[in-house]
Design a protein around this ligand. Structure first.
Ligand code: 5GP
Ligand code: SF4
Ligand code: MG
Length: 465
């Protein structure tokens, strides 16, 4: 998901709509905005579909007045899959000290247990979302200020969270102690501040990047001042390395490093680790493109756009059901036959998950007359599910959980298949010494099986780490 908030500008909701539009790649099912106006109070709108199809209409934006607003773009990882309007964030709660809206990116790993406990103590849940727990936990806190109630609530949840909240006068941002999901702070105008999942959300509204919210940090912004605190005590971050590979936009900056640069370097590392003689390097668009450029650069093999992506389709994997996903490949990708015919082709993609996409792409490339197909993957084999906000399927559906690399190669049906090593991925992300195995710099659980936060709900359902 993507979260975005603005304080201290006229008609903040318009800025939030633009910010969410820039974060649309983080969630395409639905979006919501809550605003606050000194006289008109809190207002909200929750809509299915793209931001641009909803939050550009003057008639809707006029209903979201005020100098303070937050918003959310949703992609379902927890809660019900598909269309339920009640699951669209931001969520809102009335407290004795006034209303508060929250928007959450990430996934809580103990939300099921918390939900049961809260329902037994009288909470009335409105949605199937894990994030709603935060509002109910806030309601049970005895603190006098919203921010302290948010801190109380977040001390009880486990998992990954970058949370943006707003009261009548404050914009609040928090990152979980490991900082698994991103969150950045920006400035706009004389007195305005912005919180965004990624820096590309700042760029679109001309906000100036100030800094990242640190892992375990809370910021409370009011009247042009930013107050920082550490509600969870000191912590060392374990940022999601898959944000670098796939999830974040290539023009975003993470820890001072452009995501594009990391993806390019992944291609460079891949070309060093897994060279092969071929005529063309082609990306599986768009997620494989920067790595393919890096592979071509390092290997000297020409880069070509052998596959064209239909720009009007969303990211396949973000579509919530397997059926839609299966149709998606053909609707979204087409091979450029005149380029591919007779050529030995290196295909670069970001990840192999179920393997079904890779298999279909291989078929399309062979149908187009390719002489050989070599797959190069910009992440290590995805052998473990993510419980922190990326929608990987159950372990038994992951190709790499069931097969060796050679078996995967034969199942997909390509001449060769190679994945970047975990160390190579860390080097590409700027860790020149590779992965520090005693104390890894990133979360890489979907590749290593080393979960930095025990997924307690899943363990209760029999998941074995
Ligand atoms: P596969 O056929 O292996 O399931 O799909 C791999 C390709 O689809 C990659 O290009 C990746 O971007 C995308 N993809 C499909 N499903 C998923 C998913 O559930 N999680 C992730 N991380 N990527 C997926
Ligand atoms: Fe990111 Fe993978 Fe960790 Fe999930 S398990 S947070 S996708 S690195
Ligand atoms: Mg892809």
């Amino acid at each position: 998901c993507g979260v975005f908030g603005v304080i201290g500008v006229a008609d903040a909701a318009n800025f939030v709509a633009l910010g969410l539009h820039a974060l649309q790649h983080r969630g395409q099912e639905a979006g919501g905005i809550v605003s606050h106006h000194p006289e008109k109070g809190f207002n909200s709108a929750h809509r299915f579909g793209y931001v641009r199809d909803n939050f550009t209409k003057a008639s809707l934006m006029e209903t979201l007045p005020g100098p303070l607003a937050i918003g959310h773009v949703r992609y379902s990882t927890a809660g019900s899959k598909g269309a339920v309007i009640r699951d669209i964030q931001p969520f809102f709660g009335e407290f004795s000290m006034g209303g508060c809206a929250i928007a959450h990116n990430g996934n809580l790993t103990n939300a099921e247990a918390l939900r049961l406990e809260l329902i037994e103590r009288g909470a009335i849940f409105q949605s199937s979302s894990d994030s709603e727990c935060i509002i109910h936990l806030m309601a049970r806190s005895i603190q006098k200020h919203h921010a302290d109630r948010i801190a109380d609530a977040l001390r009880r949840v486990e998992g990954a969270f970058s949370v943006i909240a707003m009261t009548r006068t404050k914009l609040i941002g928090v990152r979980d102690p490991l900082g698994v999901r991103p969150l950045v702070l920006g400035r706009i105008g004389d007195n305005g501040f912005v919180l965004s999942s990624e820096t590309c959300g700042l760029d679109i509204i001309g906000a100036e990047f100030v800094r990242e919210i640190e892992p375990g940090e809370m910021v409370v912004i009011q009247d042009g001042r930013v107050e920082s605190s550490r509600p969870f005590g000191p912590s060392k971050g374990r940022f999601c390395i898959f944000e670098h590979v796939y999830f974040s936009r290539p023009d975003s900056i993470i820890s001072g490093r452009s995501v594009y640069e990391t993806r390019f370097q992944i291609g460079v590392e891949l070309a060093k680790e897994a060279p092969v003689e071929a005529d063309l390097v082609c990306p599986v668009p768009d997620s494989g493109t920067p790595a393919a450029i890096g592979y071509s650069h390092q290997s000297g093999i020409p880069f070509a756009l052998g596959i064209t992506r239909n720009q009007y389709m969303g990211r396949t994997f973000i579509e919530p059901t397997e059926q839609i996903r299966n149709m998606g490949v053909r609707l979204k990708l087409n091979v450029n036959k005149s380029i591919i015919k007779g050529k030995r082709v290196i295909l670069v993609d970001d990840s192999v998950v179920r393997g079904t996409t890779s298999r279909k792409i291989k078929e399309m490339i062979l149908d187009a007359g390719a002489a050989e197909v070599h797959f190069r993957i910009a992440s290590p084999p995805t052998a473990w599910p993510c419980f922190y906000g990326v929608d990987t399927p159950d372990r038994n559906k992951l190709l790499a959980a069931r097969m060796t690399e050679d078996e995967m190669r034969d199942w997909i049906g390509v001449n060769s298949l190679k994945f970047i090593s975990l160390d190579g991925l860390y080097r590409a992300a700027g860790e020149s010494g590779g992965r520090n195995n005693a104390c890894p710099q990133y979360c890489d659980a979907c590749f290593s099986g080393e979960y930095p936060i025990a997924p307690s709900d899943r363990i209760a359902h029999g998941f074995q780490m």
